[in-house]
Write a protein that binds this ligand. Structure first.
Ligand SMILES: N[C@@H](CCC(=O)N[C@@H](CS)C(=O)NCC(=O)O)C(=O)O
Length: 215
């Protein structure tokens, strides 16, 4: 059976992305959770991956680490799940925005860390954070302006949506206001059954990491 190693559902945005992709395949899997920011976290993660980071996917002796590599592996392994768009052009753009998310938006990621349970209003955003928010809104708006069958970036929920789902969570946590198609898209992401399941898991966790919870 497939196994996915993840961090806390409340805090681990990279885990959320890979886990959502796995959930979308509909395949049975075992979930192993390693709480982050504990004295034994690094040792425990290294039992699964030499990279020392979660998420990690274990597939019949194969170890795949890094969220985007896991998503690519799952897309190959479960072609019927349609994790990438069927159309080649749309698929190329879906890969581009997923890679942009994976390698970018550093200011947003460090200033507004994922914390699914938290609700906090932040003051005016620093220019570099605002630039990240503006670019993300532009991606969502442009992709949602193309008529498609479904309410997600490329129609049905896929890897590109999984990559942006933690950003939707951050916007909710820190009260980043959206309107128009971006707001409708963010709402659609947050009510997707796989996202609802992850959020419920985050709500049920007992651990807290104080540096991310401080008011
Ligand atoms: N590029 C990696 C980043 C993975 C990453 O940074 N994961 C964090 C948790 S979200 C982690 O494992 N941190 C280890 C630690 O906190 O000890 C990916 O996409 O999977």
């Amino acid at each position: 059976m497939l196994e996915i190693v993840i961090g806390n559902k409340n805090y681990s945005s990279w885990s959320m992305r890979a886990w959502l992709a796995l959930e979308l395949t509909g395949a049975p899997y075992r979930e192993l959770r390693v709480p982050l920011d504990r004295p034994d976290t690094a040792r425990r993660i290294r039992e699964f991956s030499p990279a020392g980071r979660v998420p990690v996917l274990r597939d019949e002796g194969l170890v795949v680490w890094d969220s985007l590599a896991i998503c690519e592996h799952l897309a190959e392994r479960f072609p019927a799940a349609g994790l990438w768009p069927a159309d080649r052009g749309a698929r190329a753009v879906a890969r581009a925005v997923s890679a942009e998310m994976h390698s970018g938006f550093q200011a947003l990621r460090s200033t507004l860390p994922m914390n699914v349970r938290l609700r906090r209003t932040v003051g005016p955003l620093a220019p570099e954070v605002l630039a990240d928010v503006t670019r993300i809104r532009e991606i969502w708006r442009e992709l949602r302006s193309v008529p498609r069958d479904g309410e997600y970036l490329f129609g049905r929920f896929g890897i590109a949506d999984a990559m942006f789902a933690p950003v939707v969570g951050r916007f909710r946590t820190y009260g980043v206001a959206l309107d128009g198609p971006e707001a409708a898209y963010a709402d659609a992401v947050w009510r997707h059954p796989a996202v609802v399941k992850w959020v419920a898991g985050a709500a049920a966790e007992q651990e807290s990491i104080s540096k991310y919870d401080r008011a």
